[in-house]
Design a protein around this ligand. Structure first.
Ligand SMILES: Nc1ncnc2c1ncn2[C@@H]1O[C@H](COP(=O)(O)OP(=O)(O)OP(=O)(O)O)[C@@H](O)[C@H]1O
Ligand SMILES: [Mg+2]
Length: 590
């Protein structure tokens, strides 16, 4: 994106608030006018009061001065308020858009981008746009007006001297342009380093136990120092460039003044100039210095804003999940079919770069009739969770088809498809809220208290919830840290049960539980699983013995399938796995 395109897009956001914007611009024009008016006042003040001693002028000069300041004050308020109004509204709109975009991005985007970098975009980058959109834009518009107003005054007073001053214009433009480019480059680096700062902060807050246990304190401190130092260095570069450029622009202004003084005091000029006219001109050119300085200085903020806006727009332009399906089923019967499904995590980009890792699932074929329980077993990394994540379309298949009740899942709307599925995933997500809110999350918030109670009971969570100080109203901490691993799993199971969807996916849902609790839940689930299709993933084979069909996955292929008895008779991979576990269990119970 070129800076031009970014300006245009930002302007698009401002369009909605054009009345406030116009009012603010009007205020700025008035401010500029008062500045020129102040310079103009020099002539009647000096020539009228001191040289000609005109009594009328002597009387009204103080009032005129006061009036100018008063008008300037009101205009100043209007312009500040107006710009802040526009700016803050843009920021709110932008944040809302980013937030909504984040929730519609495909899972693969999250795999590739750290959550810390995304947080930094939402907080730091948007803040930078805000600064540029309010403060910087005000300065740019107001000071440009002011410069034009003062230049007008100067031409009006003495066009010859004004022309001399104009020689400076191209030099200053050149300075501003070359400095801007540098500002933008540095700003991009500062943004990246802010992302790094959030990243490492997040890692040390989340991983503080590992850091303490594995002697990571020193390493992390060194790592952070490096990032922190880089951030400091980039900011120093920005400030140095800003300071140097301001001084250069000041120097240029002073050169202009000197040249003017030189010419103005030449004999020929002195003949035509009164003291008042000369002071009028001189005041105007001196008043020019401040806006010139501010305009050069503000470039840094503007360029930071542009670099930040670019990073924001990049996020907004990411492709959303492909939600092109149009069909809806009310409540699926629950027949699931995988037809020649091939899947790889590689994106087209990876393939172009030659970083493709290849297929994770190849040629997967199976049918789960409505109401059946299908178990997926296999070694760690064989692709079980991957297979399960294709059904709710966290990822789309690379080849082949997945059908729900005979309809390809892509043809259903994303919302409708996901309504049909309840999922307990391998890593559980809980929110820093009460137990009730965690079980009845999102669309489930409407559920009655009785339903929530029943779901908690079926998940065998009721027993421990009752013992908590506030029962169902206990807040469970960030990611549920105040609960044990097994308790967290039971909350997640309760949530899935409450959803009462025709498809249930349990990915190692009871892995953190003791054998007895697991058996209890199994019994409770047994009843619930009767009228829904269930996909169970488990390492503990004793939990899947009763499944209608067991699929054995190996390196992304289904190598065996059948009931527990059938697979034992085949005496293949499943039988081998089973024997190992069975003898382990025997040993343990001895
Ligand atoms: N988000 C991802 N991006 C890229 N590759 C992935 C991703 N998730 C998993 N993989 C890879 O896909 C393969 C299968 O992983 P998967 O999580 O499906 O295994 P699994 O059978 O569920 O293992 P486990 O029993 O340990 O949970 C692994 O080799 C893993 O490295
Ligand atoms: Mg897994």
């Amino acid at each position: 994106m070129t800076p031009g395109q970014i300006y245009k897009r930002l302007l698009g956001y401002a369009q909605k608030y054009w009345p406030a914007f116009l009012l603010a611009v009007l205020g700025m024009a008035i401010i500029a006018g008062t500045e020129a008016g102040f310079a103009w006042l020099m002539k009647p003040m000096l020539d009228g009061s001191f040289v000609e001693k005109d009594p009328v002028i002597i009387k009204w000069i103080p009032f005129a001065l006061l009036l100018i300041v008063l008008v300037r004050g009101i205009a100043g308020f209007v312009s500040s308020y107006g710009m802040a109004y526009v700016g803050r509204n843009i920021i709110r709109d932008m944040r809302r858009q980013m937030f909504s975009q984040l929730m519609h991005l495909p899972t693969a985007y999250y795999d590739k981008n750290s959550s810390a970098r995304l947080t930094s975009k939402l907080i730091y980058d948007v803040g930078m746009v805000a600064q540029a959109a309010t403060g910087a834009v005000t300065i740019i518009i107001r000071d440009t007006f002011t410069i034009f107003g003062l230049m007008f005054m100067m031409f009006y007073t003495s066009w010859k001297l004004a022309l001399v001053f104009m020689i400076l214009a191209p030099v200053i433009t050149l300075l501003v342009v070359s400095v801007s480019k540098r500002f933008r480059r540095i700003s991009q680096r500062i943004q990246a380093s802010m992302g790094d700062v959030t990243q490492i902060s997040q890692e040390i807050t989340e991983g503080h136990r590992v850091i303490k246990m594995f002697g990571g304190i020193e390493v992390e401190e060194k790592h952070f120092s490096r990032i922190n130092e880089d951030n400091r260095r980039q900011n120093m570069k920005l400030e140095t460039t800003r300071a140097v450029s301001v001084q250069i622009s000041q120097l240029l202004g002073a050169c202009g003044l000197a040249v003017i003084l030189y010419f103005a005091t030449s004999e020929e000029m002195l003949k035509n100039l009164t003291v008042g006219t000369f002071m009028q001109f001189l005041t105007a050119s001196m008043l020019l210095l401040a806006p010139m300085k501010r305009l050069t200085m503000v470039q840094a903020t503007v360029q930071q804003g542009i670099a930040a806006a670019q990073s924001v727009f990049e996020l907004l332009d990411e492709d959303e999940e492909r939600n092109t399906g149009t069909k809806e089923i009310k409540r699926a019967k629950g027949k699931v079919e995988f037809r020649n499904v091939v899947f790889s995590y590689d994106s087209d980009e990876d393939r172009e770069k030659g970083q493709a890792k290849g297929e994770v699932l190849s040629n997967i074929n199976f049918i789960a009739e409505a109401g059946e329980t299908i178990a997926l077993v296999g070694r760690s990394g064989s692709g079980k969770s991957t297979l399960a994540s294709l059904l709710p379309r966290f990822y789309d298949v690379t080849e082949g088809e997945i059908l729900l009740d005979g309809v390809p899942v892509q043809e259903l709307t994303m919302e409708n498809l996901r309504e049909q599925i309840a999922l307990v995933s391998q890593d559980i997500t809980l929110f820093n809220d009460t137990i009730t809110k965690n079980i009845a999350y999102g669309a489930l918030a409407e559920m009655s208290e009785e339903d929530i109670l029943r779901a908690a009971e079926a998940a065998h969570a009721l027993e421990f919830i009752r013992e908590l100080p506030d029962g169902f109203d206990t807040v469970i901490g960030d990611k549920g840290v105040l609960l044990s691993g097994g308790q967290r799993q039971r909350i997640a199971i309760a949530r899935a049960l409450l959803k009462n969807a025709p498809l249930l996916i349990l990915d190692e849902a009871t892995s953190a539980l003791d054998t007895e609790s697991e058996r209890n839940i199994q019994e409770a689930l047994g009843g619930l699983m009767k009228n829904r299709t269930t996909l169970v993933i488990a390492h503990r084979l004793s939990t899947v013995e009763d499944a209608d069909k067991i699929l054995v996955l190996h390196d992304g292929c289904i190598v065996e399938s059948g009931t527990h008895q059938e697979l034992l008779t085949v005496n293949g991979k499943y039988a081998a796995l089973y024997k190992v576990q069975f003898s382990d269990d025997l040993e343990q119970s001895e």
